[in-house]
Structure formats: structure tokens, C-alpha cells
Design a protein around this ligand. Structure first.
Ligand SMILES: [Fe+2]
Length: 436
């Protein structure tokens, strides 16, 4: 069984909680008050809502741990409940931007008050294993919202956002895409460690894989432009029927945030309005686009089992590791995650130290990678927190690997993200596979 070798969540819950809350506040620190309240699309949420919602979830956890717990405000709870029917009728997601109360100041005061309550609870009680797991989940839930904040800040402000920390983007020059052969056979899919993971990563179970090949790098902008220039957005034959309907209805001609100016593709993101970098992984593509691209290349998307084996199976040692490079928590020279503070993808080949045992690069960080697997419970799935993950087991596909917006303490190779097939405001990209 693999275990994390350095700092772990269970090691010091209060310390981890404080660091997480500080990181959330850092993400919004440079915002103007007006930025906090605007909802620019029905699928994103105003920063004020995220700040409140992550605190509300901790109130839910406090109410589970303390039978006499009194909620801060009934009005706040109603607005800040995302989708949990067990806690009352939630406020409509697409209308989070039409509510002016709580004010921004009130939401921040609420955030700090709930932080104090959680710290007070954890310091003055000795939480049993069950309660510790619940609060660890609360911290991981906040990591998820930190990443959602990154997506939403990109939508709201792009380069108008001024991060507190910003590092230069590493460059490597052009790297050659290649395919890596991986032998089939039985593989144990799922989380095998002893630290926190979500219920959907369990139970670890055996699956059979045929021999396959998987790309060493995520698909780059340069590769994806060829798909565009080949007229594929105008040709039904590469698209699933539902995908083709979406392409036509939305007049898609390229990934989200791309525009053509004077014959050149431009992206507008955290780094500004700039020519697309041919060596960066393509980002902001839907499942439909990922699937169509892979079909155009004569390949396909990997299943999540194929992805996971390529990411963390060590053939020599016949063992699985938590990350592609081993069991050490992500560090700067191994992956581009939120704490790299690059605010963009790194060029392919930027993290040779982070490659998997098979030689696949950037499986953790940069872009989430679409798989062709349906998001559903593994055989024997048992819910860890009702309505959190399990009610989304329909019409969603699994993505693996994390992105440049993913907090480093939240990601591992067994992590299963999920989105609907037409969503693309998140940091999603492509890695292709094929049958040998
Ligand atoms: Fe949430």
C-alpha cells in the first residue's frame, strides 16, 4: 500500500485548514468590490458566492459534529446552498449574480467567523476518525472551489485579474509528440493509498485492459490548429450527433476563448490577448471536441483505466504510485499546478522530472484530460457524503490529472473529475490513445 511520504492532511487538520482558508482569501485579495458580485455566465459563480459557499459547507459539517449547532443565518444558508436538497431548496445556480445581500463585506465577515468557529471546534474537541474525515473533506471541497474560482476569474476578468503571486511560464521549444506502448492485462483501478480520497475513487477493483498506446504529451495548440484548419468544425463526420448539434447551435469554430484576428489565432486568458503558443497543451475544449479531434487523428480518447495505468503503474517494481513520479506530493519541478502560479499551461516537455514510469509527461497539472469513460460509481461504490458526488452519475464524462488551477494538495492520479460533455470553461484538454 502506498502512503504519502511528506506533509499529510491528517497530520494537522487545524494547520491545513488555516492554510486553505488563507489561500482562498489570497485568490480574491486583489479583486475590486464590484468584481465579487458579477455573474458573467449561468455556469460560473460570482466570487462572493464561492467565499460564502465554502463557509456554509463547514457550517453543515459543524452541524453534523455538534447537535446544538446554530447556523449563522437562515438567509445566507439558502443563498449559499449549491445543490443539496437535504438542506432545503437551493437558490437557482444561474441566478447567483442577482442577489446583493449578503454584501461583499458581510460575506467576508461570514467567511472569517466560520473560520474561527471551525478552528475553535477542532482545537477544543478531539475529533474522532469520522469527524476528522468530514473536515478533511471540507478542506478538499474548498480546494475544488479554489479551482472553480480560477475558471470563473478567467471568465470574469481574464488578464484584468491581478494574481498576488505570478511566475514566468517555462519554455522548452518544440517537442515531438510520440506514442507509448503499454501492455494490457489485469489492472487495479482506483485509490490504493491510506490518506484522504473521495468516495468515487473507491473501491479499488480489477479491470482488464487490452494492449494500447497512449500519447506521451497532451495535444498541443499546434496539433489542434491543424484539426481546425482541416475544416473539422464544418464537417459532421468527426462529431457525435449531440456534439454536432452543439457545434452548430453555438457556432463553435475553435476552443473557448479563441478568436481569429488577421488570419492568426488569438487566445484571451490570464496572460492577456496573445497569439496561441504552438507548444502549450490545447485548453478549453469540450468532450465533443476532444472526441472529434481524436477521431480525426485516427485515434481515440483513453478509458480512465488506461489513463491511470499509464500515469502511475511502475512496471519494474510491479507497484502503483500515487503520482506519476512516485509518492512525493507535487512539487514545483514536477507539475504545473495552482501553487506554480503560472496562470497558464506550460509548454509540453517542461516537467521531465514529473513524467510517469512509462514516460508520459504532464499527466498531473496543466490541463484536465478527457477520458471516454462514463462518470459512474465503481463496482461496490458506497457514498461518503450523500449528494456530493453520487447524484452526478449520469451524462458526465471523467477527466483525469488536474490543471494549472488545481491546488497541489488536492490532486492524485486516482482523482476523478467530471463534467458534462458540452462544458469547456474549465481547464480541459486532450491526450489520445489507440489500440495496438
Ligand atoms: Fe461546493
Amino acid at each position: 500500500m502506498a502512503t504519502l511520504s511528506k506533509e499529510t492532511l491528517s497530520g494537522n487538520l487545524v494547520k491545513q485548514f488555516k492554510k486553505t482558508r488563507a489561500q482562498t482569501l489570497e485568490l480574491v485579495k486583489t479583486l475590486e468590490k464590484d468584481d465579487y458580485v458579477v455573474q458573467t455566465a449561468p455556469y460560473m459563480s460570482p466570487p462572493k458566492w464561492h467565499i460564502g459557499h465554502v463557509s456554509w459547507l463547514f457550517e453543515i459539517l459543524l452541524s453534523k459534529a455538534l447537535s446544538n449547532y446554530e447556523f449563522y443565518s437562515e438567509e445566507f444558508s439558502k443563498y449559499l446552498n449549491s445543490y443539496y436538497h437535504q438542506f432545503g431548496e437551493p437558490h437557482e445556480k444561474a441566478k447567483r449574480g442577482i442577489i446583493s445581500r449578503p454584501t461583499v463585506d458581510e460575506a467576508l465577515e461570514y467567511f472569517n467567523t466560520i473560520s474561527d468557529r471551525v478552528i475553535n471546534f477542532l482545537e477544543n474537541n478531539s475529533p474522532n476518525k469520522e469527524v476528522s474525515t468530514l473536515f478533511t473533506m471540507g478542506i478538499n471541497h474548498e480546494y475544488q472551489h479554489q479551482e472553480l474560482l480560477v475558471y470563473d476569474l478567467q471568465h470574469l476578468l481574464a488578464d484584468g485579474y491581478r494574481p498576488v503571486q505570478k511566475n514566468p511560464q517555462p519554455t522548452t521549444g518544440s517537442m515531438e509528440q510520440k506514442s507509448i506502448k503499454i501492455e494490457g492485462g489485469l489492472y487495479n483501478l482506483g485509490y490504493s493509498g491510506s490518506d484522504f480520497c473521495y468516495d468515487i475513487e473507491l473501491p479499488e477493483h480489477r479491470v482488464y485492459l487490452n494492449n494500447y498506446k497512449i500519447d506521451a504529451f497532451p495535444v498541443t495548440n499546434q496539433e489542434y490548429v491543424k484539426f481546425i484548419e482541416d475544416g473539422c468544425y464544418q464537417d459532421y463526420k468527426y462529431w457525435l450527433s449531440d456534439g454536432w448539434d452543439v457545434v452548430k447551435a453555438n457556432k463553435w469554430e475553435a476552443p473557448m476563448y479563441w478568436e481569429k484576428e488577421n488570419g492568426k489565432w488569438i487566445i484571451h486568458d490570464f496572460l492577456g490577448k496573445r497569439n496561441i503558443n504552438p507548444n502549450e497543451p490545447v485548453c478549453h475544449v469540450s468532450f465533443y471536441e476532444a472526441d472529434a479531434y481524436s477521431k480525426w487523428t485516427g485515434k481515440r480518447l483513453p478509458t480512465e483505466a488506461e489513463w491511470e495505468k499509464a500515469a502511475c503503474w511502475n512496471k519494474e517494481k510491479q507497484t502503483k504510485t500515487i503520482f506519476p513520479w512516485g509518492n512525493e506530493l507535487p512539487i514545483e519541478n514536477k507539475a504545473n499546478l495552482l501553487e506554480s502560479y503560472i496562470w497558464a499551461c506550460s509548454e509540453i516537455g517542461s516537467y521531465p522530472e514529473g513524467k510517469s514510469h512509462y514516460g508520459c509527461h504532464q499527466m498531473i497539472g496543466d490541463v484536465w484530460e478527457w477520458t471516454c469513460s462514463e462518470f459512474t460509481g465503481y463496482p461496490g461504490f458506497k457514498t461518503g457524503f450523500s449528494e456530493y458526488n453520487d447524484k452526478w452519475f449520469s451524462n458526465q464524462k471523467v477527466l483525469r490529472g488536474g490543471s494549472f488551477g488545481t491546488p497541489k494538495l488536492s490532486i492524485r492520479s486516482s482523482y476523478r473529475n467530471f463534467f458534462r460533455l458540452d462544458e469547456r470553461w474549465m481547464l480541459s484538454g486532450i491526450r489520445c490513445a489507440e489500440r495496438v
